[in-house]
Ligand binder design. Sequence first.
Ligand SMILES: NC(=O)c1ccc[n+]([C@@H]2O[C@H](COP(=O)([O-])OP(=O)(O)OC[C@H]3O[C@@H](n4cnc5c(N)ncnc54)[C@H](O)[C@@H]3O)[C@@H](O)[C@H]2O)c1
Length: 316
Amino acid sequence: MKNTILVTGGAGFIGSHLVEALASGDSNTVIVFDNLSTGRIENIPNLENVSFVRGDVQSEEDITQLFSEFTFDYIYHLAAVASVAESVNHPLETHRVNMDATIYLLEATRFQEKEVHKFVFASSAAVYGAEPTLPKTEQSIVDPITPYGIDKYASEKYVITYGQLYGLNVAVARFFNVYGPRQNPSSPYSGVLSILVRVSKQLRKGKNSLFQIFGDGEQIRDFVFVEDVVQGLILLATKKEIQAEAFNIASGEKHTIHEIITICETILEINIPLSYGKTRKGDIKQSYASIDKIGKIGYKPQFTMRQGLEKYMMYE
Ligand SMILES: NC(=O)c1ccc[n+]([C@@H]2O[C@H](COP(=O)([O-])OP(=O)(O)OC[C@H]3O[C@@H](n4cnc5c(N)ncnc54)[C@H](O)[C@@H]3O)[C@@H](O)[C@H]2O)c1
């Protein structure tokens, strides 16, 4: 059966990988809805069964227009201001995108004539905040400490509540630190790995470069390769028994920043010069996940840190 699938934020880093995977099944038509604020048109696969609609998720009018043109079988809501720092600097503006827009989309989905098979929302490990108990399970205390984390959690609650109140088929994915090709390294708030990979490539070409660590380099993170995130998202969408629940999507591995630098140095046979700056506001010392819950429905990461980094570095 032919499915029409909406991916908001599909021109972004994670969204574009999801679109690629969804479009590879020729029975799917994929609609990318994005305002290209951080996403890029070049990220969207140039395929017959993928269409791009330029629009803003915080505009009720744009959402209404979108749903008047299409009826969706699946919806993946990834559009967001994905920078925690941006939310700290502009809490009101980011709130409109990171939370209000979720309700517009849920409302449009609720009133769609055909029942959606699944509405999957992209949340974040940021909902857990700085509470120190580890690893983070879906039962862990939720205590977000930034506007970004608060909006993600409030959105999650709306999504789950729409499932419970109106019987909408929904699921929530809490991503840990995602890395991989097409992650933008040019903003000062970029993912640490995209910056590290850029620095490594410059050094490999014989250029001078330096990698700046905020803090002592011993902070622990769970970095998950983007293709594994896509695997998790599609599982949550397609497993019918999943209804109105949140799931961690992570690698289940933990690494310090120093360890990751060593892996990069080994892969590329280089030395990466380091400089150390102050810990950034809101940075958490340790964050890693239990993936037992999503593991029970068949999720299995395909990439170790080294394999993911090798694939990332081969790209371009
Ligand atoms: N990258 C990570 O490590 C990570 C971790 C946890 C959660 N997430 C979440 O995953 C999702 C995707 O993040 P990403 O890393 O791919 O970031 P990204 O910035 O590459 O992608 C976000 C996309 O949303 C689009 N967008 C932003 N505001 C919009 C608006 N008002 N209307 C329409 N489109 C809009 C952007 O243009 C971009 O294409 C986000 O919801 C983010 O919060 C990411």
